[in-house]
Design a protein around this ligand. Structure first.
Ligand SMILES: C[S@@+](CC[C@H](N)C(=O)[O-])C[C@H]1O[C@@H](n2cnc3c(N)ncnc32)[C@H](O)[C@@H]1O
Length: 197
């Protein structure tokens, strides 16, 4: 699949969650505005958002993490079909393991797109902060988790842990003076964080 339209259609048919249209536009605009050289993505799926970022920043390199082997095969094909495979490194593993290794290697990124397991965002946060360059930008998708994060009261047994983790993630960044954090009430919520120091 070469075009974003084809990828979107495939994702819909196969019930694979990918970034929603307005959030996709914000992701693209941020990439155009920030012009990152090195991009890190958590949650590759079929390579849709990766393709969006690289079409906005053709000179950038993307390191993307996905634990599902079948999705990794599709994403590899996506990047080949679009002739951008040389700009992409895909890690097929649990994101926490890869993030820890990247930190050990002292890797740095200008832009991080966080779109993986929502319940893990708070656990990833100290590592993500280290991995981000000064003046770098972190974009986290779906941070309102179907609106539960915004609703007062107990979200119920099924969602309690994930909602608590997302609230802790948001509050940590909001209170961190090294970051300028903005909430965008777009679709299921976006968090845009610029690293100041
Ligand atoms: C919302 S989808 C990503 C969509 C993609 N960013 C896009 O917009 O085209 C989230 C992805 O994270 C992956 N994922 C979930 N838990 C993970 C983990 N612990 N490590 C790595 N990937 C994970 C899922 O398999 C899924 O493909």
């Amino acid at each position: 699949m070469k075009t974003l339209f084809e990828l979107k259609k495939y994702a819909k048919l196969n019930k694979i969650p990918i970034i929603r249209p307005q959030s996709q536009k914000i992701l693209r605009d941020l990439c155009l505005q920030k012009r990152p050289h090195k991009i890190l993505e958590i949650g590759t799926a079929i390579g849709f958002s990766g393709a969006v970022m690289l079409s906005a920043c053709p000179k950038a390199k993307l390191l993307t993490i996905e634990k599902d082997e079948n999705l990794v095969q599709i994403a590899k094909q996506t990047f080949q079909d679009r002739k951008i495979e040389k700009k992409v490194e895909i890690f097929c593993d649990d994101a926490f393991e890869v993030l820890n290794d990247l930190r050990k290697d002292k890797s740095k990124f200008d832009f991080i797109f966080l779109d993986g397991p929502k319940g893990q965002y708070f656990k990833y946060l100290p590592i993500l902060k280290d991995l981000l360059n000064k003046n770098g930008c972190l974009l986290a998708d779906d941070i309102f988790f179907h609106g539960y994060v915004l609703k007062e009261g107990d979200p119920g047994h099924k969602h309690r842990t994930i909602v608590a983790s997302l609230r802790a993630f948001i509050s940590d960044l909001d209170n961190d003076k090294n970051f300028k954090t903005q909430f965008l009430k777009v679709e299921d919520g976006l968090l845009v964080c610029d690293k100041l120091n």
